[in-house]
Design a binder for this molecule. Structure first.
Ligand code: NAD
Length: 259
């Protein structure tokens, strides 16, 4: 498939995990890429793995740097077709111990960055006659977790912000969707492989009994960004091995040995 032949795609959080896998997926389908991340070495490495890609060191919590990232894409390749706002962090904590500075940081990196990415992208997408934005939310934006209040709040806001922007720009041929991954094996979830009890818990609650791979998110992002999803906007697509399909009741089949 070459759904992105000569399409210009901007990816944030591209140095690692889901962003890196998605950049490689876009590249494999012919895209011209501009990659942004705080991590200069990692970002440059991923750019080298993609055939026609530029890396721009970008802090997504700074509007002027996000605007410069978009401008770089236009200067280098002439226009922008797709933006994947994906950079994010996860910092656990419980109330009342969450420090206001940590709260503000997670809102900044996980939510304000998506606002900046959309704000900076929309004029360029309009100039190109339309385009597609995909924002990385999470299943943590759909339900509550333990010890992640800031992350839950930020990701829920990404889901609904995406809907809002989708409505607002649908008549300008700009589609905006979010992806809601479940637990995916990336540096963000490194603790899972380091703590067998955490891995066991996941195996119990995820119907597919495993974490996802970043490439399994990349495929869905590429679909949403492509013309294959031409009638989709404002959607929040869950990719979680069935985790949120469960009510959370005990696994009677396993406990009662029902085969
Ligand atoms: P990751 O840690 O592998 O990658 C995140 C990337 O974001 C890193 O390259 C990091 O340098 C970059 N980044 C962090 N702060 C930044 C900033 N201020 N400016 C620019 N870049 C910055 O993690 P990942 O799992 O690939 O996460 C990607 C996205 O997916 C995040 O938004 C995350 O919340 C979301 N997500 C991840 C999971 C999971 O289980 N891994 C599940 C649901 C959602």
């Amino acid at each position: 498939m070459q759904r992105f032949a000569d399409k210009v795609v901007v990816v944030t959080g591209a140095a690692s995990g889901i962003g890196a896998a998605t950049a490689r997926r876009f590249a494999s389908e012919g895209a011209l890429l501009v990659l942004g991340d705080l991590d200069g070495d990692g970002g440059s490495d991923v750019a080298k793995q993609c055939e026609r890609a530029e890396f721009v060191r970008t802090d997504v919590t700074k509007l002027e740097e996000v605007e410069a990232l978009m401008q770089c894409a236009v200067d280098r390749f002439g226009h922008i077709d797709v933006v994947f706002n994906n950079a994010g962090i996860l910092e656990p904590g419980t109330l009342p111990d969450v420090e206001p500075a940590d709260w503000h940081r997670i809102i900044d990196v996980d939510l304000n960055s998506v606002f900046y990415g959309c704000r900076a992208a929309i004029p360029h997408l309009r100039n190109a006659g339309g385009g597609s934005i995909v924002n990385t939310a999470s299943i943590s934006g759909i339900g509550g977790d333990y010890a992640m209040p800031g992350y839950n709040a930020a990701k829920a806001a990404v889901v609904n912000f995406t809907r809002s922007i989708a409505c607002e720009h649908a008549d300008q041929n700009i589609r905006v969707n979010s992806v809601c991954p479940g637990p995916i094996e990336t540096p963000m979830t490194a603790a899972v492989s380091q703590m067998p009890e955490l891995a066991e818990e996941y195996a119990k609650v995820i119907p597919m009994a495993r974490l996802g791979q970043p490439e399994e998110i990349a495929g869905v992002v590429a679909f949403l960004a492509s013309d294959d999803a031409s009638y989709m906007t404002g959607a929040a697509i869950v990719i979680d091995g069935g985790l949120t399909a469960c009510t959370g009741q005990p696994n009677f089949r396993r406990v009662l040995g029902l085969g």
